[in-house]
Each structure stands twice: as C-alpha cells, then as structure tokens.
Design a protein around this ligand. Structure first.
Ligand code: SAH
Ligand code: SF4
Length: 345
C-alpha cells in the first residue's frame, strides 16, 4: 500500500484522516504544530503522541520534505533556492530580505502554460502542477534556515491554474495551528484567471496581486494571451469584487517594457482604469533575459510614469530588480541549476 504524505492535508483533512484511525480530532492539531511550528521531519519527534499511535502513523503515512539542492546568494542579499522534486523536476524559491519584513517568493507549478511574452518561466511551458506538500515544503525548508515574514506566490507558475492545491497550501500557511501567517502577510499573484479569482476569494482570505501589465486590450492581448479570454474590463471587475483582508488593497503589478507599455499615455490610462479599485501599483521595470527581445525601460520613462501616478494620488512603488545578478528577479526563474554563483549548502 502506498503511504499517504500528510503534508498534503489541510487541518480539517488531517482531522478526518486521524478520526478514520479512531483517534481524537485534537491529535491532528498536535501533529500540525509539530510539522509547521516545530519543523518536525519524523513522527518519532512527536512526543506528545503515544508511541503506539506514532508507529501506527508511520505504517500508513509519511512526512515529505524538500532540501535545497543549491542556494545562490545575490550581492544585494537576495537568495535563490533550487529544490529538486521527487520526480526529478525542479522549482525555485526566492528569499528577499528587507528590514524586518523578509519575503519568500514561492512557486506553484513547474513551468507555466500562460505563455506571457516577457516571462522566462512561460517559455518552458507547463510540466506539471506542484502538490500542496511541494508548495508548503518550500516554506518549511527556508524557514528552517531564516525567519520568513511574508509569503508571495510570485515564483514559477500561475497559482490560479493550480487552484485546488494553492488553496490548500494557503489554508496551511494561515492556520493558527499551522504556519500561523497572518492573512495580511500572504499574497497570491495572478495573470488574471477571472473565474478562479472569484473561487479563491470565496475559499480563503488572502491578499491579491494582479499582473495587469498593459492598459489596452490590444497590447495586453499581444503580451499576455490570457487577455484574449478575460479582457481588461472583466479582469478589473473581478478585482473590484475580490474580498480582501481588512484594510488591504489589490496590488496592480505593471511590468514596464520599453516602447510597449511605458508611455505617459499608458500612465494616464492606468490611472483611469484603476480609479474605482482600492489598489496600489507595483511598477516592475522589465528584467531582460535571453530569448526575449523586449528591453528594459529607460530610467527616465520609469521616473515619469511613477511621478504621474503619484501626482494623481495613486499609491505606487517601483520595484528594484533585486537578485537580477543571480537570475532571481521577477520573470527570471526557470528551475534549472546555473553553475555560476552556486554556493554549497
Ligand atoms: N503567474 C503569476 C505569478 C508569477 S509571475 C503572475 O503572472 O502574476 C510574478 C510577476 O513577475 C508578474 O507580475 C509578472 O508580470 C512579472 N514578470 C514576469 N516576467 C518578468 C520580467 N521579465 N521582468 C519583470 N517582471 C516580470
Ligand atoms: Fe506564467 Fe506569470 Fe510568467 Fe505569465 S508572468 S508566463 S502567468 S509565470
């Protein structure tokens, strides 16, 4: 009989599993705390469970884990972790330290099917979805090394194309008996899968980031094929309807690409488009990579765009390309081992 990986369970699923073995439901909470608060890797560590119960668990289930195969460190403190999965595939997570609010950027898929023109992950197509365990194990592995304050689903893959497992991972991340992340500290980023946005909002409380990246359907159709299915108007309506944690805004991500979407007219259209959505804008200067002809915007056009938004009282930050020297910046993840800069772990 194949053993069950208990890291694929949310707390309520684990409770049902435990109940099936004739045990009290609160035992599931104890196990959850061992897994996500005490970093347990073995049932033997769970000393508040009887020996007989631990042996019974061991017979039918197991605890999966990920270990970083490589960690690359950027000059700016950003770290990129490469995780080898059981089937030989690999994904990357990026730790971005900041004064007292270190953020871990995690992956939800091996590759991505969305095919955005500007994104390196997209050029690798979709290999497969990550399991719930593979998603949360990225957090377990990094948290064992360094404190993590925020989680963003902005690594490899489109989280809402792997909705079931992403929702389960979100439940584990925010469960008071699990990782205990506040819902205000966890953000899911999507290229704009409209029906799944509604389902996500109905299932969990979480911050939402939306990769808008264009201000006309003509341009968005070209750089993000998903727009042909869910055009800007539908996407923004879904943003407006999304139930955020209290006092939060939707993050509108806007990758600025030279000569494509970086004009002052774009800035003007952007202000109009988001005027009735509680939002803040993240401007991300395009990070160049091999195999894509797009270019980074000039500093002048970024400054002009940023200033126009500020003048119109839009909350805006321009993201610096942290980790670009180790290909860890937005859109540069590919889940392969780059020999240069590789540190021993
Ligand atoms: N699939 C999700 C989350 C992962 S991508 C999404 O698209 O939202 C995370 C962010 O990186 C997105 O906002 C995306 O627009 C941005 N991005 C992708 N390629 C980029 C590049 N080459 N330079 C800068 N940002 C990029
Ligand atoms: Fe996929 Fe996001 Fe990259 Fe688009 S930007 S290809 S949705 S990972």
């Amino acid at each position: 009989m194949e053993k069950t990986d208990i890291k694929n369970f949310t707390l309520s699923e684990l409770e049902a599993y435990i109940a099936g073995k004739g045990k009290e439901r609160f035992r599931a909470k104890q196990i959850f705390k061992w897994l996500y608060q005490q970093d347990a890797v073995d049932f033997a560590e769970m000393t508040n469970l009887s020996k007989e119960f631990r042996q019974e668990l061991e017979k039918t289930s197991w605890i999966s884990n990920l270990e970083a195969e490589a960690v690359e460190a950027s000059a700016d403190g950003t770290k990129k972790y490469l995780f080898r999965l059981a089937d030989g595939n690999a994904v990357e997570s990026v730790l971005i330290p900041d004064e007292d609010r270190t953020t871990l950027c995690i992956s939800s898929q091996v590759g991505c099917a969305m095919g955005c023109e500007f994104c390196l992950t997209g050029t690798f197509k979709l290999t497969r979805n990550l399991t719930t365990a593979e998603i949360v194990n990225q957090v377990c592995a990094v948290k064992r090394q360094e404190p993590v304050r925020n989680i963003v689903f902005m690594g490899m893959g489109e989280p809402l194309a792997n909705l079931k497992n992403v929702i389960k991972a979100l439940k584990i991340l925010t469960d008071p008996d699990g990782f205990q992340f506040s819902t205000r500290k966890v953000t899911v980023s999507t290229s704009g899968l409209v029906p799944e946005m509604a389902e996500l909002g109905a299932s969990v409380t979480v911050n939402l980031a939306v990769s808008l990246n264009a201000t006309t359907d003509e341009v968005r159709d070209r750089i993000m094929p998903i727009n042909r299915r869910y055009p800007i108007k539908d996407l923004l309506a879904a943003c407006k309807a999304f139930p955020l944690p209290s006092r939060r805004w939707i993050t509108i991500e806007y990758v600025m690409i030279r000569g494509v979407n970086d004009s002052l007219d774009d800035a003007k259209r952007l202000v109009r488009l988001i005027s009735n959505i509680p939002s803040k804008v993240n401007l991300i200067p395009f990070n160049e990579h091999d195999g894509c002809a797009f270019q980074s915007p000039t500093q002048d056009s970024v400054d002009r765009f940023h200033k126009y938004l500020l003048d119109k009282h839009v909350t805006v930050i321009t993201r610096s390309s942290r980790g670009s020297d180790i290909s860890a910046a937005c859109g540069q993840l590919k889940g392969r081992l780059d020999k240069k800069n590789q540190a021993e772990v």
